[in-house]
Design a protein around this ligand. Structure first.
Ligand code: PAF
Length: 283
């Protein structure tokens, strides 16, 4: 496994890699969710690059950039075991040198859900992912369904800007009690960790209602809200039942595929989760 920070060196190494090349972009502090993306990339590609970069431009001024968990030595150990070919760990100075002034933004589908709650977040994500694509020139790039809107925004950007990259969306990996794996779960104290299962319980119950024939979006949102509101440590930011293509709320009956999603504060930790009804996002 080759590890490099330098972008020129990365490009030289990239030129020697047998295709197809798979990229797994991460912010590090890797868990089973990330490793599932790496394993999928290894199955489908002859070479695998993992990038580790905590991207400052996708964090708002009052968000957790400074305290976002980081552990590069542990990440490298995990990736070594997965037979990754290259790990790229650029610095903020490399990705955003002084004078940097070019941004990539996707318009409509960034206006709702996470985009509405976190202004500027997706502009940071699409800009850094464009830069990661340009530097690593992958044939395929792997993202988790856990960040469903992010994956859809990146897919839109890739199509709109004609990046020759196939976007692969992989299923959310959950703890045995249903909590979606996330680097931010480390912030939860034991009582909060227990309370955090409420997101999955809300999604699961709404899915059961859908499977029993419920198609009314308002009812599905209410089912989720009822469960979330019963958890004293949970503070709901949004609960959504949206059209998977536009990410606008279904107002009445769901007509096609729906993304059920939510953002919930458990104590001070902001967690997100989602499921898809009527089809699948992940391949
Ligand atoms: O999902 C993440 O870890 C990040 O948003 C990504 C895609 C690596 C961009 O910084």
């Amino acid at each position: 496994m080759i590890t490099t920070t330098n972008i020129t060196e990365l490009r030289k190494i990239r030129a020697t890699l047998p295709a197809p090349v798979g990229l797994v972009p991460t912010m590090g502090y890797l868990h089973e969710g990330h490793l599932s993306l790496v394993r999928r990339a290894s199955q489908e590609c002859r070479s695998v690059i993992v990038s580790i970069f905590v991207n400052p431009t996708q964090f708002g001024p009052n968000e957790d950039f400074a305290r976002y968990p980081r552990d590069i030595p542990q990440d490298l150990q995990l990736l070594e075991k997965e037979n990754v070919d290259v790990v790229w760990t650029p610095t903020p100075e490399i990705m955003y040198p002084s004078g940097f002034q070019t941004w990539v933004s996707v318009e409509e589908i960034t206006k709702t859900l996470e985009g509405k709650m976190r202004p500027g977040h997706f502009r940071g994500v699409t800009t850094i992912v464009s830069k990661l694509f340009n530097a690593t020139q992958p044939n395929r790039a792997y993202f988790g369904q856990k960040d469903a809107q992010q994956a859809l925004v990146i897919r839109q950007m890739t199509e709109d800007l004609n990046f020759p990259v196939e976007i692969v969306i992989c299923p959310t990996i959950r703890e045995p009690d249903g909590l979606a794996m996330s680097s931010r779960n480390v912030y939860l104290n034991p009582a909060e960790r227990k309370a955090a299962t409420v997101l999955w319980r809300a999604l699961y119950t709404a899915r059961q209602a859908y499977e029993n024939g419920e198609r009314n979006a308002k009812t599905l949102r209410e089912i989720m809200l009822d469960i979330l509101n019963k958890e004293p440590l949970a503070q709901v930011q949004y609960v959504s039942c949206a059209d998977i293509h536009t990410l606008l709320e279904w107002e009445d009956q769901i007509q096609g595929m729906a993304l059920l999603s939510m953002a919930v504060l458990i104590g001070k930790t902001r967690l997100i989760d989602n499921i898809v009804l009527g089809g699948t996002l992940s391949q």
